[in-house]
Design a protein around this ligand. Structure first.
Ligand code: ACO
Length: 321
């Protein structure tokens, strides 16, 4: 049987951190106390106007490829999870291939599953590799959510940030990804959406992110608990065997509630939301890379990655790192 492991991780955050107090100084009617108490967020990074998701993805990818100890041309599949692509087309993955200087004409495409996008991309890449058709995949989450925020809506603009995270997946003789699960329920689309499109040279509808925060909170806690249990059950292992939970970084209270449902101590949970805000599809690979580079996550440890986002979409992966 072909196994699939994470060979290397990388991430990138643009510019300097922008604190909650910095947002107040920029005229947003909020406070550090309000944002920190409700979400745990203290700062986020915001990309300059001429920086796109593919630019953030390029740096994160170069770091992941270096950590994996391979060359860019060894990559034979590129998947970018993003809801804030550079263009309508070509895909951010195709642009990334070009920016990385990969000339081997490998497959490259984007995945759109909002904050669950990285788990979707990881699972798709795993299945390509397991099938024997591909050997080494670059899976990236990259977002410039600052572009789709209504900066006059304090209930949403304080929550998000920009960034990118990447992993290189490759074949392995030892088990790496042990189990994964993906889900969606499109009937919940109105509680978190950007309900705009481009037609006839104009934006039709609303180009900004809109959210029913309390409905999202309840839904997220429910499905994150369920899907983590699902991958543990699939692999026939217990929550006690998990060294680190690395969840989507939307909100510290959602993360705490999920850990509690799984019976995990917060000592076993990686959190970066305080420093990064919610970077949507980038948040899980960003947190994973922080866990590796700050020395928390060691080779051989067991992790659960899980995410939930607009659609609604959600998923999880159980991995021996
Ligand atoms: N600063 C100060 N006051 C604010 C702000 C702000 N940034 N935003 C809203 N308020 C005010 C509101 O105007 C309201 O005032 P009022 O009572 O005078 O009308 C008050 O705070 C309470 O507003 P609520 O929306 O009821 O606040 P709530 O306690 O629900 O917290 C929050 C809002 C933080 C969004 C919460 O619902 C939440 O955490 N939801 C989860 C959503 C989330 O994390 N989304 C991330 C994207 S989804 C994903 O990634 C899965």
């Amino acid at each position: 049987m072909i196994h699939v492991r994470i060979a290397g991780t990388g991430s990138y955050l643009p510019g300097e951190p922008v604190s909650n107090d910095d947002l107040v100084a920029r005229g947003i009617d909020t406070s550090d106390e309000w944002v920190a108490a409700r979400t745990g967020i203290r700062a986020r990074h915001l990309a300059a106007a001429d920086v796109g998701a593919s630019d953030l993805a390029r740096v994160a990818s170069e770091r992941a490829i270096e950590a994996a100890g391979c060359d860019p041309d060894d990559i034979d599949l590129i998947i970018v999870a993003t809801s804030t692509p550079d263009y309508i087309f070509p895909s951010t993955a195709a642009l990334l291939q070009s920016k990385l200087g990969i000339r081997n004409s490998c497959a490259a495409f984007d995945v759109q599953a909002v904050c669950a996008g990285f788990i979707y991309g990881l699972t798709i890449a795993e299945k390509f590799i397991r099938s024997g058709s591909h050997k080494r995949a670059l899976v990236v989450g990259a977002e410039v959510f600052s572009r789709i925020l209504d900066w006059s809506d304090r209930s949403t603009c304080v929550l998000f940030g920009d960034g990118a995270g990447a992993v290189v997946l490759e074949t392995s003789d030892k088990p790496g990804i042990l189990a994964s699960a993906l889900h969606a329920d499109g009937s919940h689309h109105p509680i978190l959406c950007v309900a705009g499109s481009v037609a006839s040279g104009q934006v039709i509808g609303d180009p900004f992110l809109r959210m029913d925060g309390q409905a999202v909170f309840k839904f997220a806690v429910k499905v994150l608990g369920e899907v983590a249990s699902e991958v543990l059950d699939k692999a026939g292992v217990s929550a006690e065997s998990v060294d680190w939970l690395i969840p989507h970084q939307a909100n510290l209270r959602i993360i705490q509630a999920t850990a509690k449902r799984l019976g995990l101590s917060m000592d076993n949970v990686i959190t970066t939301v305080a420093r990064h805000g919610n970077t949507s599809a980038a948040s899980i690979p960003l947190a994973l890379d922080v866990a590796v580079r700050e020395g928390h996550l060691q080779r051989g440890q067991r992790i659960v990655l899980e995410g939930v986002g607009g659609g609604f979409t959600w998923g999880a992966a159980l991995i021996d790192f």
